[in-house]
Design a binder for this molecule. Structure first.
Ligand code: HEM
Length: 92
């Protein structure tokens, strides 16, 4: 199951990276130019870069924790299949 989630979270993180990488500099440029018409139009969409960053931070945190999750699951699987190794695994 972790394999399924890791694959999809990685794909999701990679694809959401594209609009995030476009939206953040776009928001900065719009604010720097400061044209009142464009700024007024942008105000409605102003939350998008923050929401994208939040999604990236959450999916990125999962990707960051993934090696530790996998390590824990592997230890548990070995402990179940080889009960004689339980003590050794506790020490790892
Ligand atoms: C707080 C925010 C973020 C966190 C915690 C985070 C964390 C991570 C982690 C842990 C990985 C996996 C690295 C690996 O296993 O080698 C990753 C991959 C990646 N991140 Fe992020 N990230 C964040 C934001 C972003 C942003 C803002 C972008 C781009 C706009 C981005 C683009 C990518 C890409 C393209 C990958 C490679 C995905 C793949 O393996 O195909 N990340 N990130």
């Amino acid at each position: 199951m972790t394999k399924f989630w890791s694959k999809w979270f990685r794909k999701f993180h990679r694809w959401i990276a594209i609009p995030t990488a476009l939206a953040i500099p776009a928001a900065l440029v719009i604010k720097l130019i400061g044209d009142p018409k464009i700024v007024a139009a942008w105000e409605k969409l102003d939350k998008i870069p923050s929401i994208l960053m939040l999604i990236m931070a959450l999916s990125g945190s999962y990707l960051y924790l993934l090696p530790y999750i996998v390590k824990g699951q592997r230890k548990k699987r070995i402990a179940i299949s080889q009960p004689e190794n339980r003590q050794t695994l506790k020490e790892i």
